[in-house]
Every structure is written in C-alpha cells, then in structure tokens.
Design a binder for this molecule. Structure first.
Ligand code: CO
Length: 502
C-alpha cells in the first residue's frame, strides 16, 4: 500500500469508530431526554456493546501496525501527520489498559453511580463511601498503568486536559486564593444587590422562546441541532451537522434556563465549527475539556452576563415578560444577574466563588489519588474547606460532598478543567477585543458575527491540532495566565458593588 491508501484505510477505520461512538451518544441523548424508565437496563447493555466495539477497533494490533507504517512515511501532509501522531498517542494509551481492567472500571462505575444515587436519596454519605473507595483504588491503578511523572494525578488529568499537571494547577489555584480571596471579602462586606425580581413567575414558553432567539443570534445553527429539556443541561454532538443542546427551566427563576442555554450554546458552537472533512479524526475533535469550557464560559459570562449584551436584549426581555420587569432598570437587572454570594452548590455559584468550589474538589482529588487523604475523611475536609474559603458549612452532605456526579463516574481530573476554561475564556475574549475594537459595540447591537468568526478561526477549526497550552500561545502569545480574568473581575465587580479599591 502506498501512503495514500494507508492513510485512507486509517481514516476509514477512525470514521467507523466515530460512527459507533456517535451512535452511542445518540442513545445517551435519548436516555436523558426521552427514554421511558423501563428501558434503563437494556439501554445500558446497548451502550456497552457499542463502546466495546469501538474499543476493539481502536486497540487492534493491526491498527497499531498501520499507525507505525504511517509514522514511518515521510509523505504525509502536516495535518495528516498531526492526526496520525495524535492517534498513535491515543492508541498507546488505550493499549496500556488491559481489557479486564476496562471491564472492571466500567462495572465499578455502574456500582458507584447507583450507590451515589442511593446515598443522595437517603442523604447518607456512608452508602456511597465504600464504592467511592473502590473507585479511587481503581483510579490509582489506572494512573500506574498509564505511567506518570511526579504525581499520579497527572496521568488522570491527561485524559481531559493533555499536558496539564499538578505543578501547573497548584500554581494557578495558589493565585486564585491570593487574588480572588480579597475580592470576595470586599464584596461580602459591601451592601448586597437586590435580585428578588428574578424570582417572579416567568412562563416556561416565554423563557424558551427568548432562549431560542438568543441561540439563533449567537450563530447556533438550528438546521444542524436542536434544543430540548433535560434534568441536567448538556451538549452532545453526532457530527458537526448535528449538535444538540439541552436546558432546564424553572418558572420561578429567570436565571436557570437562559444561562444554561447560552452556556451549552457556547459548547455547541465549538462542535458545529469543527472541520467536517476531519470527522472521526483527532483534528475533527475538540482540543480539550478546558478549551471546550472556555467556549461555554466565554459566551455565558463574558457575553451573556455583560452590560453590553443586555443593552440590546433587556428591552426585548422586558417586553416579552411584561409586566414582570417593567419597573426594573437595565442597571438593576445587570447587577442582579451578577450577584455574588457564597453558596453550597457549584453549578449555581457566581463567577468568582465558583473557583473555590473547583479548588476544594481539586485538592480532595489530589489527596485521594496520592493516598494522603482517605475516603473516610472526605466529607469533613469538604465541610472544613467550605467554611474556610466561603464562610459557610454545608448543613448536610446533599448540598456538600454528594452534590456532583463526577466521582461516581470515576472522573478524577475533570473538575480543574472548569476553572481552566474560565481563565482561558478571559484570555481569549481579551485578545478578541484587542483585535476587533468594534466588538463591544457589535455585542451591544446583538451582533455576534465577528466574535463567532474570530472563535472559528482561532479555536474551532483546529480541532485537536494544538494542545490547550499551544492554542493559548497561538492566540494570546503566552501560557495560561490568570491576569486577564482577575482584571475582568475587578473591573466588572468594582462597578457593580460600588467599590473603588478592588
Ligand atoms: Co460546560
């Protein structure tokens, strides 16, 4: 076979694996959105079948040999070479986990997840603890199987954020503490903003229609996607031409639906912007979870909670929700949607204290994986840290250590990407604003064309060609840097809370 034929065979195999993954994703989407409850156990089997078929394809010896042949060829284009190198990296990683271990991990995931559900129902962490302990032991084993430098957590991080390390995260969270703690303290000491009017009655259908309008304006293509309701909002993609979002609604809380839609819309724009001709290949996939979250957070917070954005949308919202917001000024509305106050639940946190929620989880995960913390002490450490950083102690584990699904799934190393995403988002938006001086006024007119095409060029079209760190350097000329985020926070919140000295 010449290198064209070899590459075509490689591409075909990856497309086949992607077809299996995306078929599974469609079943998962259905599970969250429509599936009748009695279908659960057969559905789990169907998903497992598809996953193991894809895993077999991508770990076959023949596939490894094919990749090596391609790597030895010096006739690949730069993009082809990038694909093959990334696939080789993935292949080697996949092969490090024996199939018996993969099976065990998948079964433990089911057990831990069900134990977590029961523990939540009974509000009893002890129902979850033994299964969490087993999961942690398996994750330690996984880190050993992968191999690592310096810290076993680095091996797990790599699954979500290639190249991220404990060394880098420790430095970032140290800065989070140093920079954001004093800001939070000043805000907590200032008179609180009033957000009571956000909790009036807002009809479901009106909230829905408004979110559809905003998504459409953002550039989300409804001919290549759709929005539905689910308990936990998410984005899923079956190809760049079918990327779906979900949202949730509360008729007594205006914040719930809209920012879920904008957040997921940011994720979805990334997926819709991935190159179609790279379907199934690394360059057709997102760079990392951190970069993914940078897209959702940029839209949700950088745009969707900005004064500029609401200059355009507030009169429209007022009219659609009339008379609920008639007596509320734009500025009061803007302050309300940016209210900062300590809270127990990460997903409901404001954009400053959010990072303490993440940091607390990161420190606990690191301790569990390196053995310095045992599952028996997790709930206490959790509660002590909430008291220490946010000044509140969870009244029960339901709003404390049992709130997130991640650990039951074995997703250790996932949480830090939420913070990385926010910090990348601030760096990227800062760069976009410097490159396009008219961007602010465009946003003030509900026109996001220039912003979206900048994001397409800078981030979306590259897929996994660059790691998050390389991408950040390409775009901003430097590594991950908390500076733009801190600057954005200081400017925004000193105005909102009337503080000169942030
Ligand atoms: Co997200």
């Amino acid at each position: 076979m010449n290198h064209h034929q070899l590459y075509a065979a490689y591409k075909q195999l990856n497309i086949k694996a992607a077809d299996l993954h995306h078929s599974a994703a469609l079943l998962e989407w259905d599970q969250e959105v429509y599936m009748p409850p009695k279908s659960a156990s057969f559905r789990a089997g169907q998903l497992a079948t598809l996953a193991s078929m894809a895993h077999e394809l991508l770990t076959a010896d023949a596939y490894g040999a094919q990749l090596q042949q391609l790597l030895a060829s010096n006739q690949l284009s730069p993009d082809e070479l990038a694909n093959v190198q990334l696939s080789w990296y993935d292949y080697q990683k996949n092969c490090k986990l024996p199939s018996a271990f993969v099976q065990e991990l998948s079964e433990q995931t089911s057990r831990s997840f069900h134990a977590w559900i029961s523990a939540r129902k009974a509000n009893d962490f002890n129902l979850f603890a033994p299964e969490l302990h087993k999961m942690v032991e398996l994750k330690k084993q996984q880190a050993d199987l992968y191999g690592f430098n310096h810290h076993p957590y680095n091996a797990l991080l790599d699954d979500y954020e290639m190249g991220a390390t404990v060394h880098m995260l420790d430095a970032i969270f140290l800065e989070v503490k140093k920079e954001l703690n004093p800001i939070l303290k000043s805000i907590y000491a200032a008179p609180q903003v009033n957000d009571a009017f956000l909790f009036q009655h807002f009809p479901k259908s009106k909230q829905w229609d408004f979110s559809i309008q905003v998504l459409t304006d953002m550039g989300y293509d409804f001919d290549a996607g759709r929005q539905d309701y689910s308990e936990h909002p998410f984005t899923t993609s079956f190809s760049p031409t079918d990327v779906r979002v979900t949202t949730r609604v509360s008729e007594n809380d205006l914040s719930s639906l809209l920012w879920s839609s904008i957040h997921e819309g940011g994720h979805a724009l990334y997926e819709q912007g991935l190159p179609q001709d790279q379907y199934g290949l690394p360059l057709g996939a997102a760079a990392s979870l951190g970069v993914h979250e940078s897209q959702s957070r940029l839209w949700e917070n950088g745009i969707g909670r900005s004064l500029n954005f609401w200059q355009h949308y507030y009169p429209i919202l007022q009219q659609q929700m009339a008379p609920a917001l008639d007596a509320v000024s734009l500025l009061d509305f803007y302050k309300a949607i940016n209210k900062v106050s300590p809270s127990f639940i990460r997903t409901e946190a404001d954009e400053i204290s959010y990072h303490f929620h993440v940091m607390i989880r990161y420190e606990i995960e690191k301790g569990l994986i390196d053995g310095s913390l045992s599952v028996a002490h997790v709930a206490d450490v959790w509660n002590q840290n909430y008291q220490h950083y946010l000044g509140i102690t969870p009244p029960n584990n339901l709003v404390g250590v049992l709130q997130d699904v991640h650990w039951s799934h074995g997703s250790f190393g996932y949480f830090p990407t939420y913070s990385l995403g926010s910090f990348y988002a601030a760096q990227f938006l800062n760069q976009a604003l410097q490159t396009h001086p008219n961007l602010q006024s465009d946003i003030g007119h509900g026109n996001f064309t220039a912003l979206l095409s900048w994001l397409r060029q800078q981030v979306h079209m590259h897929g996994r060609k660059f790691t998050s760190n390389q991408l950040c350097n390409n775009i901003c000329g430097k590594n991950l840097d908390l500076g733009p985020f801190v600057k954005y926070i200081k400017q925004k919140y000193s105005a909102i809370y009337g503080l000169d000295s942030l």
